[in-house]
Design a protein around this ligand. Structure first.
Ligand code: SF4
Length: 55
């Protein structure tokens, strides 16, 4: 899915996501939502792509 258009502004290596461009490490969406599951985020692991959808 979603191999039609790599958005070169959004690099991503999450190949399990339906929005990932299969042949390159980019997202195919025009924009994504990034958020956090923490109340006080301190490291990158605290952040999430909330546009993720499992394949
Ligand atoms: S929606 Fe998020 S996780 Fe999915 S390919 Fe785009 S940037 Fe990666």
């Amino acid at each position: 899915m979603s191999t039609e258009r790599a958005n070169k502004c959004i690099a991503c290596s999450v190949t399990n996501c339906t929005h990932h461009c299969c042949d390159s490490d980019f997202c195919s969406l025009d924009r994504i939502q990034v958020g956090t599951h923490e109340t006080d985020p301190t490291v990158d692991q605290c952040t999430d792509c909330q546009s993720f959808k499992m394949k």
